[in-house]
Write a new protein. Sequence first.
Length: 401
Amino acid sequence: MAFSLGVVGVGQFGGQFAHLFDLHPGVSDVYVVDELPERAAEAVDRHRLAGSMASFEDLLTSDVDAVAIFTQRWTHGPLVEQALRAGKHVYSAVPMAVSEEEIARIIDAVRETGLVYMMGETSYYNPATVYARKQIAAGKFGRIFYTEGDYVHDMDLGFYDAYQYSGGERWKETASYPPMLYPTHAVGGVLGAVPAHAVSVSCVGVRDDRKDGVFDKDISMFGNDFSNATALFELNDGGVMRTNEMRRVGYPSHIRESRFRFFGTEASFEQLAKVSVWQDKENVHDISEQFETRPSMSVDDPSLANVAPELRDAFVSGLSPVHDAERLPEEFRGAPNGHEGSHHFLVDDFVTAVDSGTLPPVNAWVAARFTLPGIVAHQSALQNGARLPIRDFGDAPGTST
């Protein structure tokens, strides 16, 4: 039976996801809420949605069955908990939350209400992660002992525009968001393939020297001056994971902003911006073509007029050869996609979970394992790289790693 859904925040990504939810045969009606009423009205008109509501509170007291949250990244935790307690299934953009306490409260709410929660982590469906997950399941790596996940996105490549779009006149206060509090595009791509979780971390932060008011402690609402950070994690299976979160880097993030490496006793897999290779003890195999995505729409599409040109690739990249396109609803054929083909799978997995009453792949317990390592890593960086333990909330009920 189809269910109704309200999208909270219809800025750059929220509007596109509202359209995809509306296309899905498992969703009946889509409503939108935004702090700017004119933005909500524009989304309703553009995508022919069911309508808009005046506030988040109005949405929660309505009879919609689910909500999808696309608000500022540090606001998700409390909004998710509030929606769950109001009886709504919840899809949330990343990150899950910005503190261990917020994560714990979400898990408690999911456990107590029995409702579906899913974090929309794109890297779980990243072609490299999909490929590595299949190779691991087939035993091709042997024992994986070392992995790397990078989110390499320079501020100059669209982020200044994005923060000004979402932050208004005081955008510099929020543009200094600590890199390790947005870890899931790197951590999730590794742990979305490797059946393990982080148990401790040592992290070093690089203090910014641009002196343009971004990553300035005196301006930052987070008191943050780290623009880059590198963390080394110990995993529960004895392996090691390194994560880089970079916001000042000479790298073409519009080509590939998340990239991964997996090293096993029998084989390894590595990525650069345009090259991906599988290596065994005998040879190196160029498998780059398996990860090439097909554009789902033109970067000049009018719907992307408010998106910086350097960011538009993340809105248009479609499916790659490693994706299982056959599992997606026919209604998605030709629809906008993004983040290396992940958007269609994100929507479909949430709708399927709500419709069937099952756990989505990135459920609350998995989301905690993707998110909390970065939160603790940031604390480690503030303590000059001190090695800190990472709490694990365990496996989701009825599952095990």
